[in-house]
Design a protein around this ligand. Structure first.
Ligand code: GAL
Length: 997
């Protein structure tokens, strides 16, 4: 700790001690260990036992996870960040995916969508702090958990301190570390924390926690110039890797079974989290670096809408408020925006969409859970007393303060300010659904009060949780208690405006210190009042619609949840310095999204997005809002009965006609020439390695794992040249490709059969009959086309699961033990690790003939192809490739997310299709497994104002062939938007590929 910091801490302690102590509560004094800590490398980001400080300011870091590589359009980052900011969060945590940056050892590239600088710049512009998580291991439902494919054949156990692994990651850490270091807050950038490793929490014997690795990796980051605190996320509060600066942990308490979205875990957030925090790291922030923000869904799953129910508004209320009950002052929700597993990003456990059921959908729309989260985030943003609170009754919360054992109530006291308290109430068993009646008996500055004092009882719906405040300061108003929750408050023109809410029709009571007579100034609600001791007035009401109550200089907005969702507190600037202003100086009701407010010469300029005509209610300083504009358009304003401004904005959503894909001209070509007698595989890689370090012991004479030969993604093709003995009656082969994979087998040009895949099996041994045994001494080729669903993750250290091969595990000729394969050939994407398309990156192309040739790219001349549509398909097993193009003309000023959609084919259901938009592979569809049928494609990949090339590969896995049942483009929403102009991502056109085979 340097001198300045010591001075700062002393000052802080003096101030804290100087505050008057609550007369009724006997709280402990602060001790010297309450001081501010730093890693000694910088002073911008510090911490104490309660919270982080950024630039000396204590703050709640409420963060959401976003992965830049899952949104390959740099000009959309700002939109996502602004949405996160508008919701009340102030930070974003992001993974960096080593595998796409260094697909070949030593060849590191940040080209195309891999450039991180636009992500840093957009965060800074939006006023969002960043938590960088560069791994090197990230997990993240990403192929090989983020490791590069070459890791599968590199000796040494990864995620340990062995020299070969350290050598493997060194170049990457240097390169990525330098980028992060250059964008740290210490240099005016947005990065405030850097996470080392990911959930370094589970080991397979004989491995155990490798402190040497932890030390070396942390040092490697520091050596790149990173000075902000290094953190890590234990998978649970288990005390692993505590040598980082600020340890923290993860939790996904409601699990990932989206097919039972209303079945909840009974223990929402175990109170043992707090005890564990006290046991392992009592002197630092209780930081949760990943908390469930949604759920991933796998092949054959129930779809992301169900995940959004599993983790919907009720879940947010119960589970996040439980985290709040544990004085969590760093909370990152994984994911806040999931994005897309385009190309080969996915590991086998997930499909193309990584929507995650998050608050912001894959196509950047706002779910209900966004609006619920807005209530929670904004409350925390205006409640500084929370930041120095401690739970007082961990382990004895059941029945506490209510006498109702079906409820748990945690008492959080602000042990520094010594005044305010928060009571977090929730069902003792989160899985139950019954409504609970209760009265709260709480200690307050006017003594113990049993609420409601005016009569009646409070109620908590099943799957709900509330934070009741006590002696809470909202400007100069003291809220002595409130059963209704506070969404936000602000002091505007000398008036304290407090936004209170509850579920529709609930009885609530709020008591404030006031000698004034309250009156309903707007709305149809009624109030009952009672004077309590000490000049305190209790006001009782039901939260129905919107009612505004004036008490002296305080305006209470009494709202039901649906109305509360519509409120946006906005700070008039979004620079990093004011990122966490305690109060928004303007509160706006209305609109789908409010991005910003600024005031210049009496004009309040609002920007945002609308999905319908909206009448805003604006609570703003009179002088600052003489006129109001929305997205630059001047609005007619009038005054409401209680002095606020109303302004109506009419929207017109321009009609956009999307092309009818079925009536376009489509061209078709065969993409499996490999089975024709004239095809030469001379240019393919010969699979001739005799040994491997792969833990899966080979059973074949040469290694038939595609990864050994540099092919790590997409479809893989194998060719076995053999001389027949004449007695072969079948070919038996076990292929491994990850769950939902499939494969097809041909003998010369004759189709032998397929394993069409299911959602479970990651490998499959099939026996494929050879109808007529080939002639003795004749030469033949077996061709196998297999799918590669990504590599497994490597969560358990030492398990080496990410090395699980993709390829042929065993094979034999039935009826002929003597048949030898003379040569095995293999291909995946053209160039393997020396991939061709540097812009779209190493995972965009697989090994289909069409992909190797670049047929999926714009500008390829398909004039010589025959006409044919994917909805007509093919009538035998094989692979066809289809191309078409269309123009889009979507005007600016709107956000119209577009997706292509297929429907399930029930006859001839066994096929796989991949979809390419301007050369980017944006969908992988397995008709018989599902579940995804709608594939959003972001603007910027789709050219909204001009030409688009659309291509489809269709792999029919059965002799009867296959076709797409339907294929269309659709608008997923129509929104008038002030989002920044979207620049199309570079989409290089086709050029002759040297040596393509
Ligand atoms: C966590 C992990 C993340 C992600 C998440 C589930 O355990 O750290 O990377 O895999 O689970 O989506």
């Amino acid at each position: 700790m340097n001198f300045l910091l010591i001075l700062y801490s002393l000052l802080h302690l003096t101030l804290a001690h100087g505050l008057s102590r609550h007369p009724l509560r006997n709280r402990r004094q602060l001790s010297a260990t309450d001081g501010i800590q730093s890693n000694g490398l910088q002073n911008n980001v510090t911490w104490d036992k309660y919270s982080y400080f950024v630039n000396g300011k204590r703050l709640m870091l409420f963060s959401g996870e976003v992965h830049p590589y899952r949104l390959p359009v740099a000009s959309l980052y700002l939109d996502v960040f602004q949405k996160i900011k508008a919701m009340g969060m102030n930070a974003v945590s992001f993974y960096v995916f080593w595998g796409i940056l260094e697909p070949k050892k030593g060849d590191i590239s940040f080209e195309g969508f891999r450039d991180l600088q636009p992500f840093f710049d957009a965060a800074k512009k939006a006023g969002i702090y960043l938590i960088a998580r560069p791994g090197p291991y990230i997990n993240a439902e990403t192929t090989a958990g983020g490791f590069p494919g070459w890791g599968t054949y590199t000796p040494g156990i990864w995620r340990t301190s062995n020299a070969s692994y350290i050598d493997a990651y060194t170049g990457y850490i240097k390169a990525v570390g330098a980028k992060i270091a250059a964008n740290e807050i210490t240099k005016g950038g947005p990065v405030i924390l850097v996470q080392s490793e990911n959930e370094y929490s589970g080991w397979q014997a004989p491995y155990s926690e490798d402190y040497e690795y932890e030390k070396k990796l942390k040092q490697a980051f520091i050596d790149t110039g990173i000075t902000v605190p290094i953190t890590t996320n234990d998978a649970w509060p288990g005390g692993h890797y505590t040598s980082v600066d600020v340890y923290g942990y993860d939790s996904y308490p409601n699990g990932f079974d989206c097919s039972h979205p209303t079945t909840w875990k009974s223990d929402a957030v175990p109170e043992s989290f707090w005890s564990a925090h006290q046991q392992y790291t009592p002197n630092i922030v209780n930081a949760v670096y990943e908390f469930q923000g949604g759920a991933f869904d796998g092949w054959g799953g129930s779809g992301y809408d169900t995940c959004a129910v599993l983790t919907g508004p009720e879940f947010e209320r119960v589970f996040y408020k439980n985290e709040i009950a544990m004085s969590t002052t760093f909370l990152n929700l994984y994911m806040i925006f999931g994005g897309t597993n385009w190309g080969g990003i996915a590991h086998p456990g997930v499909y193309t969409s990584y929507d995650y059921g998050s608050a912001i959908t894959e196509d950047r729309r706002l779910r209900d859970k966004y609006y619920e989260l807005k209530l929670i985030a904004n409350f925390l943003a205006v409640s500084p007393a929370y930041l120095t609170s401690r739970p007082q009754n961990v382990g004895s919360s059941q029945g506490a303060f209510t006498g109702n054992s079906a409820l748990k109530t945690t008492q959080l006291l602000d042990v520094v300010g010594n005044k305010t308290a928060f009571y977090v109430i929730r069902p003792a068993d989160a899985s139950l659904n019954a409504v609970q009646q209760y009265k709260l008996t709480l200690p307050t500055s006017i003594g113990n009060v049993t609420i409601p004092t005016v009569g009646g009882t409070l109620a908590l719906n099943g799957k709900d949780s509330k934070i009741h405040v006590v002696d809470y300061a909202a400007g100069s108003t003291t809220v002595v208690y409130s059963s209704a929750e506070i969404a936000t408050w602000a002091t505007i023109d000398g008036k304290d405006v407090i936004i209170l809410y509850g579920s529709a029709g609930e009885l609530h009571e709020t008591a404030i210190k006031s000698s004034s007579t309250p009156s309903v100034v707007s709305g149809s609600g009624t109030i009952k009042t009672k004077s309590l001791s000490g000049g305190v007035l209790a006001i009782q009401y039901t939260t129905t619609g919107q009612t505004v109550v004036q008490v002296g200089n305080t305006l209470l907005y009494v709202l039901d949840r649906a109305n509360a969702y519509q409120f946006w507190p906005v700070t008039p600037t979004s620079s990093l310095n004011t990122i966490h202003a305690d109060t928004g100086s303007v509160i706006v009701k209305g609109g789908y999204l409010l991005r910003s407010a600024s005031t210049i010469s009496g004009t309040l300029a609002l920007t945002g997005d609308l999905n319908s005509t909206t009448t805003f209610e604006i609570i703003a300083p009179t002088a600052a809002a003489q006129k109001v504009t929305f997205n630059g358009e001047s609005l007619d304003v009038s005054k409401s009965s209680h002095g606020t401004i109303t302004a109506k904005k009419t929207i017109t959503l321009p009609d956009v006609k999307l092309p009818d894909l079925s009536s376009l001209t489509w061209k078709k070509a065969d993409s499996l020439p490999e089975i024709s007698p004239s095809y030469s595989d001379a240019a393919w890689t010969t699979a001739n390695r005799a040994s491997t370090v792969n833990p899966t012991t080979p059973t074949t004479p040469v290694i038939l794992y595609a990864g050994e030969y540099g092919y790590h993604t997409g479809n893989i093709l194998w060719r076995a040249h053999f001389t027949a003995t004449g007695t072969e009656t079948a070919f038996k082969v076990k292929v491994m490709g990850g769950s939902a994979f499939g494969y097809s087998v041909w003998l010369d040009s004759t189709f032998l059969g397929s394993w069409e895949g299911d959602s479970v099996r990651q490998d499959y041994e099939g026996t494929f009959k050879i109808a007529t045994s080939p002639k003795k001494g004749s030469s033949h080729v077996i061709t196998i086309l297999q799918d590669h669903m990504g590599y497994e993750e490597d969560w358990i250290v030492g398990s080496e699961t990410f090395k699980g091969p993709r390829g042929i595990i065993s094979y034999s000729f039935v009826g002929s033990t003597g048949t030898k394969v003379d040569t095995w050939k293999v291909t995946g994407n053209l160039g393997g690790e020396s991939y061709v398309d540097k812009t779209r990156g190493p995972l965009n192309e697989g090994g289909l003939f069409a992909e190797r040739q670049g047929w999926h790219l714009p500008g390829f001349d398909d004039a010589s192809w025959v006409p044919g549509k994917p909805t007509e398909g093919i009538s035998s097993a094989g692979v066809a490739f289809y191309r078409t193009s269309f123009k889009l003309d979507v005007p600016s000023g709107v956000d119209y997310p577009i997706a292509f959609a297929v429907s399930n084919s029930t006859t001839n259901p066994h096929y796989r299709a991949q979809f390419y938009v301007n050369g980017y592979q944006f969908g992988k569809y397995v008709n018989s497994i599902g579940p995804q049928k709608v594939f959003p494609v972001p603007q910027g990949i789709l050219n909204y104002q001009g030409d688009n090339t659309f291509a489809v590969s269709l792999w029919a896995e059965k002799a009867t062939g296959a076709k797409l049942n339907s294929l269309k483009l659709q608008l997923n929403a129509k929104i008038e938007s002030s989002m920044a102009k979207v620049a199309s991502q570079p989409a290089p056109a086709w050029s002759q590929r040297k040596g393509a085979y």
